[in-house]
Design a protein around this ligand. Structure first.
Ligand SMILES: [Cu+2]
Length: 138
């Protein structure tokens, strides 16, 4: 084998390792997912249309019943913090706002790199009907 072909094999192996790790890291920190309530009645879909980094990134959510109809009279409360971080571990608690298309939106401010813990709580008549915990790596 020539020196050049050995080098190419090495580069190919390294590129594959990097790609593999990249895909693995993405799976650990999903930017969109679906959650179903314990009773199977409600479905919450959420996503950050733009992959969050440090700064302000909008979380978008849709809340539907099992027939697929948008549920309007729901409050989606977002509680987010960095539990592993002492200085700004105080959670931010905010309610998502609904636009005229029925999407729930919340601009979220990520002030630091690392793992953020995000708890989405959907409440109807002040009773929690669905809860989803997300770990998001910024
Ligand atoms: Cu921090």
């Amino acid at each position: 084998m020539t020196k050049t072909s050995k080098l190419w094999i090495l580069i190919t192996v390294l590129v594959n390792i990097c790609l593999g790790f990249g895909i693995y890291a993405c799976k650990l920190s999903k930017t969109s997912d679906t959650a179903i309530s314990d009773d199977g009645e409600y479905i919450l879909k959420y996503e950050w249309p733009e992959k969050p980094k440090m700064g302000t990134y909008t979380l978008k959510a849709n809340f539907v019943d099992k027939a697929g109809n948008t549920v309007e009279d729901v409050d989606i409360i977002v509680n987010y913090s960095m539990p592993t971080c002492g200085t700004h571990s105080k959670p931010k608690i905010e309610t998502m706002k609904q636009n005229d298309r029925g999407d729930y939106l919340l601009p979220m401010n990520f002030v630091m790199r690392g793992d953020w813990e995000i708890i989405l709580s959907a409440q109807k008549n002040e009773q929690e009907i669905l809860k989803k915990k997300i770990i998001l790596n910024i």
